[in-house]
Structures are given as C-alpha cells and as structure tokens.
Write a protein that binds this ligand. Sequence first.
Ligand code: SF4
Ligand code: SF4
Length: 436
Amino acid sequence: MNDVLEKPVDTHKIREILNANDGARIKTWLSICSRCGLCAESCFFYLTNNRDPRFSPAYKFKSTLAEMYRRKGNVDRDFLRKCYDIIWGECTTCRRCSMYCPFGIDIATMISTARTVCQSQGVVPDGLERTSVNYRETGNQMGMSTDDFLDTCSWMEEETGEELTGLTIPIDKKGAKYMYCLNAREPMYYPQDIGMAAKIFTVAEEDWTMSSTGWEATNLAMYAGDRALAGQVVKNMYEKAVELGVQNIAITECGHAFRSAAFEGPYFAGYAGGKPPVAVVHSVQLFYEYLRDGRIKIDPDKMLTEPVTYQDPCNVSRNGGLWEEGRKLTAFLAKDFREMTPNREHNHCCGGGGGFIPMGPEFKKRRMISGRLKADQIRATGAKIVIAPCHNCYDQINDLNKEYNLGVKVLSFKEIICETMIVPDKFKPVEGDDEE
Ligand code: SF4
Ligand code: SF4
C-alpha cells in the first residue's frame, strides 16, 4: 500500500462509488443515528480497547463513510490512511452491533462501503491485495493452478481410498446433488480436509462432485472492498454449478465463503432478486442432516468425552442462521458440551474475521488484543476442545490458544466425524485386496 500513498486521489471515482451507494438504506442510516451509544458494548474491539469511544461502531462509520459523504468525496490521502486503520484494523464486519442498535443500523455494510472507496484508491492491506491478484490470475486466493488442484484431488482419492473401499473424488460429474466447494487453503495446506470430506460423502452414500474450475468458495475480494472482483469470484462458482446441472452447492467449513455464496454473492454478481442460481448449503447443515437422518452413525464409544465448546462463526451463526444446527450436530459428537457466554447469534467474533487473518503480520498484534474477549469466553467454559466450523475461526483460535495459554485443541466437524463415525462393513477394505 505504501507505494500508492503519494499518488493523487481520484475524487471523481470516489464520488461515483458514493453516489452508487447513496440509496435509501445508507442515507437513512447516516441520518437516523442518534449517537445513543448502545452499539458500543456490543463490539469486541471496544470492549478490549479500554472502552475507548474511538472503537465504538458509531464512531467508526461516522469518522469514515459519513465523513466521505459530508466532504462529497473530496478527501486526501491522509484521510484515507486514517480510514484504513479503522475499517480494516478495527472492524471485522461481524454485524453484531446491528443487533444492538435500536434502529438496526447495519454498520458493517457501511464499513464495507468505506473499504470499497479506499480500495478504489489502492488503499488496501497488502495481504488482501495479494489474494486479489491470485483470484484474478487463477480464480482462487492461493493462486493454485488447475493442474495442481486436480493432482491434489487425485492424490487424496488414492490415499483415502486405501481406508474406504469404493471412495472416489468425482470431478465435474453432471447432475450431482451437491457440488462441493472449498476454501483454497485446503488443497494448498490441508489436503487431508478434502480426503475427510470424501470419507463423509462416501459413508453417507451422497451423490456429490467436485469441480475442475469454480471450486473456490472463499471471497476475500469481498473484504478487500473490490466488489467487481468479488462478483467474478462467486460467478465462477455459480456458472460452473449451472453448467454441470448440479442441484446444490455445498460449502466447506468456512464462514465467509457461505456468506458470499448464499447471501452477498448474488448482489456482487448482479443476479436479480439477490438469489444464487443454485441453492447453497453449508457443511454444518449438511453434516447435521446426515447424522439426524441416520445416514452417518456415530460410535458412542468414540464420542468426545473431554469438555467441548462451540465457536459460532459470525457468518455461519449470526449471519447464516445455523446456530441451532451447530449445536444439534455437536450433541451427536460430544458428551460434555459447554456453552460460551454469550452464544448463538449473540456470540462474539473470534477476532480473525473480515479478512483480518490474510491481512498478515501487520495486523497480528491488534488481532491478539481484540481476540482477548474470545480467549476469556473459551477459558470460562473450562473446555478442552473448541469446535470451529470456519477456517478463520480455526486459525484465530489456534493463535489465541498460544497467545493466552488456553490449553485447548481446535477441531473442525469433519475431523471429529471422521474419527467417531461407524464405517459400515461394505466400506471396510478387505485385507490382502491390494496384493492381488
Ligand atoms: S461489525 Fe462487529 S467489529 Fe464492526 S463495529 Fe460492529 S461489532 Fe464491531
Ligand atoms: S446504537 Fe445505532 S443509533 Fe445508537 S449510536 Fe449506535 S449506530 Fe447510532
């Protein structure tokens, strides 16, 4: 970002963005905020920064987006630099504050709009900009080539196939019930995640496929404020699903990928009515249905006996509506469940959302300070295991674990289901099979 700080600000472009977003919603929100301060206590940044009023949600949008409108877009680089700190360093767009504002003002949407303005001037965290370059060049945040991706799938098929007879990882299967879409960190750093998903789909006898393109479900361009790119990323997935004629898109255990695919993506991609062209389901919902319907059975002797708590990812629970499904699924897997306080849609952000983790080391210190609230919540449960069905939550809680010596293990649902499910005999490899 430093190399753009000397460039002149394109105020015409800023005015264009502000005008395009000057609809009834934002106008109303900007005008009705009564400065009552009720949103302050809802924000984990405020609570972990000595209740400094500059960390209150209302201050954040008033000193950024509202100011951009007040100045009619005539802002300078110093101003944008100050906005940069606030909109990326002091808000994860978790949308908790909106629930506590008596007028339902959606502060996260306003912060996102301010991000779009800053991004248009090159004022965007380097870590996020790197992922945008990767999305543009390869369609995924990690910059993985199609060949590498397909090689990883076939490697996982071979390796996991040794554990389960009949396991395959279908690619581009037409008309499948589910097209399973990923977080690119999985094929890049956690390929076993693909193997675990394949095991679950195999035991559930699901009609599923993966896709050679459009498999990336994450959308960090949404957090970088690059709406055009965010639209393209999600369109890649939708168009592939339509081309294959699948019935649903299933999203891996990633929160913002679900928010993008199910809720915000259609708007970014310009789909009428704000609906995706193919139904979108999150893994939490899908896995819960497998267990509820008996398609996967859990061995009672393998259920987790250590105390377990559940991290509600903002974009799975509050913004995705799946807080009960997460708990019902946990009940199949764990004998000693302990709720965090608060929980469900009221749970706090882990502190790693909104693009915070990929923003990189520049933001790590703030991430650890604001994450103290989550660390305190976890410690108070006495849990030894934290279930986190979201990559950002998973990584952030692992970092908090080290920072605050929590002594917990962070697990995804996939990991627990694969360890505890009963594998029917027909899927058990017969000894000596591979010697023939
Ligand atoms: S969206 Fe979340 S992080 Fe941002 S101001 Fe509101 S509560 Fe704080
Ligand atoms: S709670 Fe709503 S009205 Fe009150 S200060 Fe916050 S944003 Fe403004």
